[in-house]
Design a binder for this molecule. Structure first.
Ligand SMILES: Cc1cc2nc3c(=O)[nH]c(=O)nc-3n(C[C@H](O)[C@H](O)[C@H](O)COP(=O)(O)OP(=O)(O)OC[C@H]3O[C@@H](n4cnc5c(N)ncnc54)[C@H](O)[C@@H]3O)c2cc1C
Length: 462
C-alpha cells in the first residue's frame, strides 16, 4: 500500500526524481537521508567550506519522510522535559539550550529566505489552550514551573480569555499558554526548496538510492555508504534517517518509529475564520495528554494532527502504517469539538514515522576515527531541532575541536541509550499510548484527574 499523499505534497509543483547512483563515488561527506537533517547538514557544511564534496543519498525522493509530511510547527520545543534537562546538565546548560532553540526559530526562517525558499513561514507564536478546569491547572502549573527555571513572561505566559479572544479562540477555552517562539510553515516546500538550494551550492543528490549498509572507516579504509548500484567512499558518512533508522542494519533498538497522523480541511471562508481569529497564524494545541497540533494554513485550511497510532512490533516501518482509520476519525471528532461550527470537509489524510529515543534526548554524534556521524531522535520536535543539529554536525566536521554554541549544546555527543528488546518495547510503548488515551477520556467524563494521568507523569516525566 502506498502512503496517502499529504496536503503539503499535493501543493508541490515538481516531484520528479533526480538521478540515482550508478557506480562508485568519492566525496568528503556522504549524507544518508534527504530530509531536513540531511539537507540542512549539506547546506551548513557548504556554507562553512564551499569546496567540500558533499552528496546526499535518498532512498525515495527528498522530502519523502517526516520532513515532507509534518505539522509545520517551527517551534522551540525540546522533547525531554525541562526538569530532566536540568537534572542531567544543570540550569545554565538548560538555559543556554533554551535560548539557542528560541533564536533558531527566526534564524531558520531567515535561512529559508536566504535560499529563496517560499515556505509560508510566519512567526505567530504558539498557543496551548486549556479547555477544562484540570487543563487550566496543568497549564498554569507549566507556566509557573517554567518561571522557576528562569523563563521570562516574554517567552512564555498564561493568557486570560478576554485577551485571548482578541486573537485566537477555541470552543470552551478558559485561557491558554502562549509562547512567541514558533512559526508555521508549509513543510514540503521547505524540504523541496532545501534540496534545490544545496544543489546550487554544489552538492549532488542521488534519489531512489537506498543505502543498504554503512561501513565504518579505519586507519586504512575510508567510511562507506553502500547501495545496490555503487558505493560512496567518504571521510564522513552522516546517517540522517530518523523514523526509518530501525530499518537499517544494526539500528533496530536505537530509536523507535512512532506514527503521527494528520488531516486537512478544504479552505475555510474568511467569515468562518472571523469567529475564531488566528489572523496572525499561531499554531495551536490543547492541554490533553495525547498530543494534538494544528495550524491555519496559508490557504486558510485547518491542518490538524495527533498521536494515538499504535507502535508496531519489532520497530517495523511500512507505508500502510501511514494511515489509520480510527485515528483519522478521532482527529475529525477532536476538530469538531474544538470548532463546533466547522462544516467538516476533510480533503487530505496522511501520516508518517518520527523517531523517539529511549532517553527522550536527541543525539548528534561525530566519530572522527571511524567517520561515522548521525543526528536525530527529535520525537515530534524535529523541524527546528534538525536545523540546530545540522549546525552542530557541520561545526564538528568542519572545525573539529573548536567549541561553538551548537557543538557545545548539552545533548551533543550524549550516549544513545538502546531500547528494550521485544516484547517489552511493544508492551511499554503501547501501554503509554493507552494510558494517555484513558487519562483524557477519564478527565472528559469525570472532570477529575485519573490514576492513569499520575502514572503517565511518573513514566514519561511530563
Ligand atoms: C505527521 C508528522 C507531524 C509532525 N509535526 C511536526 C511539527 O509540527 N513540528 C516539528 O518540529 N516536528 C514535527 N514532526 C517531526 C519532524 O517532521 C521530523 O522530526 C523531521 O522532519 C525529521 O527530519 P529528518 O530529516 O531527520 O527525517 P526524515 O524527514 O524522516 O528524513 C529521513 C529520510 O531518510 C530517507 N531514508 C531512510 N532510509 C534510508 C536509506 N536506507 N537510504 C537512503 N535514504 C533513506 C527517507 O526516505 C527520508 O527521506 C512531525 C512528524 C510527523 C510524521
Amino acid at each position: 500500500m502506498q502512503s496517502p499523499p499529504s496536503l503539503w505534497w499535493s501543493q508541490i509543483e515538481s516531484t520528479s526524481p533526480r538521478h540515482s547512483l550508478r557506480g562508485d563515488v568519492d566525496v568528503d561527506v556522504a549524507i544518508v537521508g534527504g530530509g531536513y537533517t540531511g539537507l540542512w547538514t549539506a547546506r551548513e557544511l557548504l556554507r562553512r567550506d564551499p569546496h567540500l564534496r558533499v552528496c546526499v543519498l535518498e532512498s525515495q525522493i527528498c522530502g519523502f519522510g517526516a520532513s515532507g509530511r509534518n505539522g509545520g510547527w517551527v517551534s522551540a520545543l525540546f522533547p525531554a522535559p525541562a526538569a530532566s534537562v536540568i537534572e542531567r546538565y544543570g540550569l545554565d546548560s538548560y538555559t543556554r539550550q533554551r535560548l539557542l532553540l528560541q533564536e533558531a526559530v527566526a534564524t531558520l526562517g531567515n535561512a529559508a529566505r536566504e535560499e529563496d525558499i517560499e515556505c509560508d513561514f510566519v512567526q505567530g507564536g504558539t498557543l496551548s489552550f486549556a479547555r477544562s478546569p484540570l487543563q487550566e491547572v496543568r497549564a498554569r502549573d507549566y507556566v509557573a514551573d517554567n518561571a522557576d527555571h528562569g523563563v521570562d513572561e516574554e517567552d512564555l505566559r498564561w493568557i486570560e480569555p478576554a485577551e485571548l479572544k482578541k486573537f485566537a479562540w477555541l470552543d470552551g477555552a478558559r485561557g491558554a499558554v502562549y509562547s512567541p517562539h514558533c512559526a508555521r510553515i508549509q513543510p514540503a516546500r521547505l524540504v523541496r526548496g532545501l534540496a534545490n538550494a544545496i544543489e546550487h551550492r554544489g552538492a549532488t543528490i542521488y534519489e531512489n538510492t537506498p543505502v543498504t549498509k554503512i561501513l565504518r572507516g579505519n586507519s586504512s579504509r575510508r567510511a562507506q555508504a553502500m547501495t545496490l548500484h555503487g558505493t560512496v567512499r567518504a571521510d564522513y558518512v552522516v546517517r540522517a534517517t530518523e523514523g526509518f533508522t530501525p530499518t537499517m542494519p544494526g539500528q533496530r533498538r536505537n530509536v523507535v518509529p512512532l506514527y503521527s497522523l494528520m488531516i486537512a480541511t478544504s479552505p475555510l471562508p474568511e467569515a468562518w475564520w472571523a469567529q475564531y481569529g488566528f489572523d496572525t497564524f499561531p499554531t495551536f494545541s490543547d492541554e490533553r495528554h495525547l498530543l494534538v497540533y494544528g495550524q491555519r494554513t496559508a490557504d486558510n485550511r485547518l491542518a490538524f494532527g495527533g498521536r494515538g497510532s499504535p507502535y508496531h512490533f519489532g520497530s517495523t516501518v511500512e507505508p500502510r502504517y501511514d494511515a489509520n482509520t480510527a485515528v483519522f476519525s478521532q482527529l475529525s471528532s477532536s476538530l469538531r469539538e474544538l470548532f463546533p461550527t466547522l462544516d467538516l470537509d476533510v480533503t487530505h489524510r496522511w501520516g508518517g514515522p518520527l523517531a523517539m529515543p529511549r532517553s527522550k534526548f536527541p543525539f548528534v554524534t561525530v566519530d572522527h576515527d571511524s567517520g561515522m556521524a548521525s543526528a536525530g531522535g527529535y520525537t515530534g520536535d524535529g523541524v527546528t531541532l534538525s536545523y540546530v543539529c545540522a549546525n552542530a554536525l557541520a561545526d564538528l566536521i568542519v572545525t573539529p575541536g573548536v567549541p561553538t554554541p551548537h557543538s557545545s549544546l548539552p545533548f551533543v555527543h550524549s550516549h544513545v541509550q538502546r531500547w528494550e528488546v521485544e516484547p517489552l518495547r511493544w508492551l511499554g510503548i503501547n501501554a503509554g499510548i493507552a494510558l494517555a488515551t484513558w487519562a483524557d477520556h477519564h478527565e472528559t467524563i469525570h472532570g477529575r484527574t485519573s490514576r492513569a494521568s499520575a502514572l503517565l507523569t511518573r513514566l514519561m516525566g511530563a
